[in-house]
Design a protein around this ligand. Structure first.
Ligand code: DAH
Length: 349
């Protein structure tokens, strides 16, 4: 009988190894270990054997059964792994993976990037960043900035009026007054923000951006203004740059200047390929901003906040962020900033 057990064991082992699916394996199990199968039957018959045969026969049959059960279990594991493998090779598309091509990551708008760069330069020089309202009182936008009642910028054809005494601010300069009302001197601030004018053409949009600067202290001079703007010009347009101050007029500064930076695109107005430089128009200087020493009349409006025109002095400047970005990156049309054409936006940042 022990021989018969060995035979069955070998047959069953071969059948288990040959089973190629869970169902086939189950059939093998039933055939060799099921209730009506030979091996369990043999086990049940052990009781009828001669006493000295019972031990070894029972043992062999039990070992055979345990061994076969273990083999079935192992084969079942192999089949599961094999099936998974096949499914994975067939189902190559994994919907849980990120899309292809990868979705584009966002980037800063060129105006935002330029604003932050300019801010960084002035923060490095010790200025703080301040802000003010875009809907502004005429008082702050014009009156306290020493604009004559007849100043043309006050005209309704130039400026958006919300009420008789409320406008969309036409520049960031009103924040000079608001900031001085909030803190006594010394004050060193820059003020980025949106401004609004009734203008629309190739070089003007009704809304654009400026950065204002204000420095007030005991002993601030025009030389400080020039040095500050030189540091700014070099950081933004290159270490070789020079600046030039030309006399000008603004209501709230006296004296007032327009500030030019030496052209970064040519030598003496002529480009490397011998053309008249299109950026500086052959003049080798590019206007970048307006500036000046704070007019004592302006301090007169904030005297009660600690700004005694007899004791303190200051400088201010104001620049257009669009203009700086256009010069620096050769952007030909102001409106490109606002069209939101992805082909334009993707070139920067
Ligand atoms: N607010 C002026 C403008 O929008 C620019 C400006 C000029 C600002 C001179 C200043 C300054 O602070 O001192 O045209």
């Amino acid at each position: 009988m022990i021989d018969r057990i060995g035979e069955l064991r070998e047959q069953a082992q071969a059948a288990i190894a040959a089973a190629e699916s869970a169902a086939a394996l189950e059939e093998v199990r039933i055939r060799y270990l099921g209730r009506k199968a030979d091996l369990p039957n043999l086990l049940r018959g052990v009781a009828e054997l001669a006493p000295e045969q019972r031990g070894p026969t029972g043992k062999a049959a039990n070992q055979a059964r345990q061994a076969l059960e273990a083999l079935i279990e192992r084969r079942a594991g192999e089949l599961v792994a094999q099936e998974l493998d096949e499914r994975l090779t067939q189902d190559r598309v994994d919907v849980t993976l990120p899309g292809d091509p990868l979705p584009a990551v966002g980037r800063l708008h060129l105006l935002t990037a330029t604003r932050r760069e300019i801010e960084d330069v002035f923060i490095g020089l010790g200025f703080n960043v301040a802000e003010g309202p875009e809907v502004e009182l005429v008082y702050y936008n014009f009156d306290a900035l020493n604009h004559d009642v007849t100043h043309p910028a006050r005209d309704h054809t130039d400026t958006f009026y919300v009420h008789d005494d409320v406008v969309l601010r036409t520049h960031t300069s009103p924040v000079q007054i608001r900031a001085m009302e909030l803190q006594p001197p010394p004050i060193y601030i820059i003020v980025p923000g949106r401004v609004y004018r009734r203008d629309s053409d190739l070089t003007h949009t009704p809304q654009f951006h400026q950065i204002e600067g204000l420095a007030v202290d005991d002993d601030v001079t025009m030389a400080d203004l020039q040095g500050t703007l030189l540091a700014f010009a070099r950081a933004i347009f290159g270490e070789e740059r020079k600046v030039r101050l030309r006399p000008h007029f603004f209501p709230f500064t006296e004296p007032s200047v327009e500030v030019d930076v030496s052209c970064f695109n040519c030598v003496d107005g002529v480009t490397a390929d011998g053309q008249r430089c299109p950026i500086c128009k052959g003049t080798s200087w590019i206007e970048i901003l307006g500036a000046g020493m704070i007019d004592p009349n302006v301090f007169g409006y904030v005297r009660e906040y600690g700004y005694d025109p007899e004791r303190i002095q200051g400088f201010a400047f104001g620049m257009g962020i669009e203009r700086i970005a256009m010069l620096r990156h050769g952007v030909p049309d102001l409106r490109l900033f606002y069209d939101n054409d992805i082909r334009f936006l993707e070139q920067f940042g």
